[in-house]
Ligand binder design. Structure first.
Ligand SMILES: Cc1ncc(COP(=O)(O)O)c(C=O)c1O
Length: 373
């Protein structure tokens, strides 16, 4: 039968009808920029994340660039970021003119390594640092990262593109942030009908700065207090995310149930399935396993043949990307990010995956690990 790596077309009954009606109504009124849908979405996102203020924007990469610019990072400033992340985190640092320094991963939670990070802070005195909540959970040392950055006067920007719906110590992971971002890329846990993003803050002046930068540095319609750009989220995207929020708990629950099944069943057959650290409730963004490299190659060939989608999140560390050479100042830590890249394998995980699909995947993996295939 085959199972896709991700299927984002499994909408709830009535969802597409509601969306089509919304598009018709908003088109009739030519409500395309700003307006009630954007304002409502920002309010709902703040309520959900436990942050005081939300500024929506065009995508998750812009959200990072807006955050960096808003906290004053610019040409020549040093910024730390994890070596294991999506390229956008690295790009954002370079795009604002700052110097990127990568920090290795920790093999226990596959997030950024705290000790390497602390060493880098002392050595390069960064203006800001990015932490990425990867895979649908976050670092076991998140509270330590926040405390250390505060103590050292380093602004910690939290890239939460993958962590909408994650709970840390009982609250939304974004709650204790100074400034955090997310992405509404359609494959994310909360996705748009195209691109979208948001910045979460707790300080009015910082929110105002983000909003100004995302709207051409405007102070009045034709008055520009800063050089920003156009990174507004359009109203149709906001409407789609609002409708998606109505179904968010059900989608999240479905993802979490499949994530839990994988943990239980994969561990039982001896697969190195990675579970989130204590203090976290994951959002089921993805399933993460590690296979010895040559075994991974063999299993991937079988999965391909059987039509089972899979991922390698991520197949290469930032410091090894050809595009990083010109900009990377230094990497801190060992080679764990490389180790993860060469061994990570993600099985299909998306809301409303079926029992039949799950069993098909598990049977193939089980047969492979038991040497039957
Ligand atoms: C960790 C991380 N940061 C940033 C981004 C960029 O978000 P977007 O694709 O909305 O620009 C993504 C998503 O693709 C991501 O996974």
């Amino acid at each position: 039968m085959g199972v896709p790596f991700i299927d984002i077309k499994r909408f709830e009954p009535g969802f597409l009808e509601a969306w089509n009606a919304k598009v018709a109504e908003m088109s009739k009124n030519a409500q395309f920029i700003g307006g009630a849908e954007v304002a409502t979405l920002e309010k709902r996102l703040s309520e959900y994340t436990g942050t005081a203020l939300t500024v929506s924007c065009a995508n998750g990469t812009d959200a990072l660039q807006l955050a960096l610019r808003a906290v004053g990072v610019g040409a020549g400033d040093n910024v730390l970021l994890p070596d294991s992340t999506f390229w956008a985190t690295f790009e954002a640092v370079v795009n604002v003119g700052a110097n990127p320094y990568t920090i290795d991963s920790n093999m226990s939670d596959l997030q950024m390594d705290f000790d390497a990070f602390a060493k880098a802070i002392d050595e390069v005195k960064p203006k800001a640092a990015m932490i990425v909540h990867l895979y649908g959970w976050g670092s076991s040392r998140l509270a330590d990262y926040r405390a250390l950055c505060k103590q050292k006067g380093v602004v910690l920007i939290e890239d939460g593109a993958q962590s909408f719906g994650v709970k840390y110590k009982g609250d939304a992971i974004y709650k204790g942030c100074e400034i955090a971002t997310t992405s509404f890329y359609p494959a994310k846990v909360l996705g748009a009908a195209g691109d979208g993003g948001a910045v979460f803050v707790n300080d009015q002046a910082l929110a105002d700065k983000v909003r100004m930068l995302a709207n051409h540095g405007r102070t009045t319609h034709y008055g520009h207090g800063a050089v920003g750009w156009n990174s507004r989220m359009d109203s149709l995207q906001a409407a789609f995310v609002n409708l998606s929020l109505d179904h968010f708990e059900a989608r999240l629950k479905s993802r979490q149930e499949w994530a839990a099944r994988y943990h239980k069943d994969l561990k039982a057959i001896g697969v190195n399935d990675i579970t989130p650290p204590a203090d976290y409730i994951e959002n089921g963004y993805c399933n993460v396993t590690l296979f010895e490299n040559s075994k991974r190659t063999k299993l991937e060939a079988i999965l391909k043949e059987k039509g089972i989608g899979f991922g390698n999140i991520y197949p290469g560390a930032m410091s090894d990307q050809p595009g990083a050479k010109e900009f990377l100042k230094k990497r801190f830590g060992a080679n764990n990010a490389q180790q993860v890249s060469s061994t990570v394998l993600n099985f299909p995980l998306f809301p409303y995956m079926t029992e039949t699909e799950y069993k098909e995947i598990l049977t193939i993996v089980e047969s492979f690990v038991s040497g039957k295939n």
